[in-house]
Each structure stands twice: as C-alpha cells, then as structure tokens.
Write a protein of this length. Structure first.
Length: 293
C-alpha cells in the first residue's frame, strides 16, 4: 500500500525530465535560502527579505530590455538593483531619524513600481508574469548550475561568519567594542540574501522567491531553539514543501510557484498550531498539565 502510494507520488519525477529539474532546483534553493531566512527571523529582519525580493525587479527588468530573457544579464541586473536599494535604505537610516524598516519599505515600493513600468515598455503581460512569479518547470541547466553555486557559497560563507552574525544579532555593541566584524557580517548577510533571491528569479520569480526563504524559517522557529537545528529544520520544510508543491502543480494543473509557497504556508500553519516550541496546542497542553499537577 505504502509502496504504491510512494510510486504514484514519485512517478512524475521518474517519468519527466522537467519535473526532475524542478525538484533539483527547489532542493538547491531550499539549502541556500532557508538558513538565510532563519538568520533574518533571528535578527527581526523578516520584512527586509520581502523588500529585497521586490528590489530585484527593476534591475532584472532593465536587463530584460537590453538583452532579452538572458539569465546572466537578468541575474546581474537584479543583484545590482537590490544592492543599490539596500545601500540607499541604509544611508537614509543612518542620515535621518527614520527606522530601517520604513526606509526599506519606501525603496522597495519605488523599485517594484519602476520594475513593472520597465517591463511594460517592451514586454508583454506574459513576460511580466514570468518575472513576478517565475516558472520552475522551465528551469534549464544554466539556472540549475547558478542555484547550486549560490547555495554552496551561501553555506560556506555562513559556516565562516556564523558567530559574528549571531553575536551581532544579540549584542552588536559588544561586537563593536571588541573590534568584531559587525559591519562586514551585516553586509555579507545582505549580499547572500540578494544572491539567493536572484538565483530563484527564474524558478519562482521576484514575488514567490521570498516565500521559500521566510515561511520555512518562521515555521522552524516552532520546532527548534538552536540556530543550526532551526536552519536544518527550515531547509527540510522547504524541500518537502517544494516537492509537495510540484506534485500538486502537476496533478491539479496549477501554477508551480504558488503551489510551492502554499506548501510552505501550510507547514507554517501546522507549526503554529502543533510546534513543540510555543505551538498553540502544545502550550495549552502544558498549561493543563501544570494545572493538574
């Protein structure tokens, strides 16, 4: 019984090459993006991920106008545009009393509007939808190599800088007082964030990419307290949600990107309800247990 269910579930991945490519793409994105999402949750920068995802659009759109649907050009354009938004928001935060979240919100709204306007100058409605929502079922070899490279560099860089990143999250003043690389760690986090969003551009688009990054990280918080365990749980949730979303998309003939993100959303809701760390059901059970004792 179980073996037949497994065979039916794995059938599309065995039979169709484009499904195998999509599965590998979601696994690579999960390994790189989910740990970044965990650090953003830890640093209370969850909305920054959403802002940077929107900031990618004008650079990718400008590259699309100049070079067409060229993955290297659009990736480079999106990377540069997102870094410009990050630097501009950081400058406004330091030069004015405005908080960082408001600065990021302002610049990402400007970037989103500019990107949509640029695509509409020469592209069609289909081009705009492709850039906003991606097409993971159409991922090619070049995109897979880029995702694998970004995920590998991300994991290596996090292993190298994890202590400064965590310390700056809890006590940035102490890190500065001992001459630690607080500014470099923050900039590295932003670069890795942008790189992972750009690598997900073709597969999930600018609007869906952040869902695979932030929803598993938010869900993992209800299962693990340690950052490394949290990152592992988040990556597992993202990978399983990606595979489930692809199967739902295949069998129900629905868009793949939204299905993947909805899978992540379902994992988040289940974690909120039943997670062993502050999940609603778990907290109520503990409260009843203490009252009975």
């Amino acid at each position: 019984m179980l073996s037949s269910l497994f065979a039916d579930a794995a059938g599309p991945f065995v039979e169709f090459a484009f499904m195998r490519r999509a599965l590998v793409a979601t696994l690579a994105l999960s390994l790189g993006a989910a740990p970044i999402g965990c650090i953003l949750v830890l640093r209370r920068m969850s909305l920054v991920g959403d802002a940077m995802a929107h900031a990618v659009l004008p650079g990718a759109a400008a590259a699309f106008l100049l070079a067409g649907l060229s993955l290297p050009a659009m990736s480079l354009g999106g990377f540069v545009a997102a870094l410009v938004v990050a630097l501009a928001a950081g400058f406004v935060t330091r030069a004015t009393p405005q908080r960082e979240d408001a600065s990021f919100a302002a610049f990402y709204l400007i970037a989103l509007a500019l990107g949509v306007l640029l695509v509409s100058l020469r592209g069609s409605q289909i081009d705009l939808m492709h850039m906003l929502f991606g097409s993971v079922l159409a991922v090619d070899d070049a995109a897979l190599l880029q995702m694998a490279a970004v995920a590998s560099v991300t994991l290596w860089a996090l292993a190298l800088m994890i202590r400064p990143l965590v310390l700056e999250s809890f006590d940035p003043g102490f890190l500065r007082s001992v001459g630690g690389p607080g500014g470099a760690a923050h900039m590295l986090l932003l670069v890795l964030l942008v790189a992972n969003l750009v690598s997900a551009l073709q597969a999930l688009g600018t609007l869906m990419a952040v869902g695979l990054m932030m929803l598993p990280a938010a869900a993992a918080r209800f299962w693990a307290a340690d950052l490394l365990k949290m990152a592992a749980v988040a990556a597992a949730i993202a990978a399983v949600s990606g595979a489930a979303g692809l199967l739902l998309s295949f069998h129900a003939e629905l868009p793949s990107g939204p299905c993947i993100v909805l899978g992540c959303g379902a994992a988040y809701v289940l974690s909120v309800l039943f997670g062993r760390r502050d999940g609603i059901a778990w907290r109520r059970w503990r409260a009843r247990h203490h009252l009975a004792a």
